[in-house]
Design a protein around this ligand. Structure first.
Ligand code: PHE
Length: 340
């Protein structure tokens, strides 16, 4: 029996130590030698046939063999685990010398750049920014602005209707009425945002574009204030030498009304391709807020007066960056966008 035990021990230890033995094989060996039906267990079962003198001696040897096999298994397990970790560390090693991948960083769209520029100029003159909804009531887009139903001015601003009373705003001017309804003078706001018109797309028209409205209401506001303020804007946006010209015009919500030109910043007024030989470029519509509009919004025209103006953001951007076709702004071809 002793020989059997020694043979089992020698065999087991050799098998455990073998470099071929992995985790699964090790578990198989544990069952083979130490399991309930294992070889060592079988020997221990047969101890009943031994004489009472031999029994404790063989028992002790058997226990020692079991302990040795157990500790050999434990050690092997630890070795396998640390080898596995080493292999993992090697396979997952980071090569910090590999050149990095460049992530593309975007930047602002040219229309956003121009709008922010314009906002900065007006904020510098004490204006704050007011916002209004793009889905607007007919009332604010037209009626409050002195454009009743069937007024011919509606034809020039045909838009998209949601119902007969709700539409996509055709101008940022409804923000004038919304602001005056809730804010008492002094009022000094600009309102940039999207507007819609049912125009076919071509080089200078788009059914969606951007405007920036301006409104100042206070005691004693005159057309001189409007002109001075627009001059400051034009000089800051287009250069110190820029001159401003008012041409009489008609808007239902301003009286008097004007279309405002700036001297061409390309040729200085001599006439060139940009200004089509005129020397002047139209940039916006403006005027003194019509007394009816003030009254519609609960402001007494005897006590207060104001001016308003509205300009197209795309138009300013096209002039500033010499963009010949409005569609470039919406195509979002990166070869175009990247130039700004
Ligand atoms: N809302 C006018 C337009 O879209 C522009 C404008 C604004 C004119 C404010 C006068 C005063 O044409």
């Amino acid at each position: 029996m002793k020989e059997t035990l020694n043979r089992i021990k020698a065999e087991a230890l050799e098998a455990i130590a073998s470099p071929e033995t992995d985790d699964a094989a090790l578990e198989a060996l544990r069952i083979k030698y130490l399991g309930k039906k294992g070889e060592l267990t079988a020997v221990l079962r047969g101890m009943g046939q031994l004489s009472p003198e031999e029994r404790p001696v063989v028992g002790q040897i058997a226990n020692e063999v079991r302990a040795e096999i157990e500790s050999a298994i434990t050690e092997k397990k630890a070795t396998l685990a640390s080898e596995a970790l080493d292999a993992k560390l090697i396979s997952e090693k980071l090569d910090v010398t590999v050149p990095g991948k460049k992530t593309k960083v975007g930047h602002r769209h040219p229309l956003t750049l121009v709008q922010r520029d314009m906002e900065d100029i007006f904020i510098g003159m004490g204006f704050s920014i007011a916002e209004g909804p793009e889905v607007e009531y007919d009332y604010y887009n037209f009626q409050a602005l002195n454009i009743p139903e069937n007024h011919p001015a509606r034809d020039t601003q045909d838009t998209f209707y949601i119902t007969d009373k709700i539409l996509l705003r055709s101008q940022t001017s409804p923000v004038q009425a919304r602001t005056m309804e809730v804010q008492k003078p002094p009022i000094r706001i600009i309102s940039p945002g999207r507007v819609y018109r049912s125009d076919a797309m071509d080089a200078t028209h788009s059914p969606l574009f951007h405007q920036m409205e301006g409104l100042v209401v206070d005691k004693g506001i005159t057309m001189g204030d409007l002109k001075g303020m627009l001059e400051t804007f034009a000089k800051t946006e287009f250069g110190e030498d820029t001159k401003v010209r008012f041409r009489p015009h008609h808007f239902p919500f301003t009286e008097p009304s004007a279309e405002v030109d700036i001297s061409c910043f390309m040729c200085g007024g001599k006439g060139c391709r940009l200004c089509k030989g005129e020397g002047w470029i139209e940039i916006l519509g403006a005027g003194m807020v019509h007394p009816n509009v003030l009254r519609n919004c609960g402001i007494d025209p005897e006590e207060y007066s104001g001016f308003a103006f509205g300009m197209g953001v795309e138009r300013i951007a096209m002039l500033k960056y010499h963009v010949g076709d409005i569609r470039h702004f919406y195509d979002n071809d990166v070869r175009f966008i990247e130039q700004f």
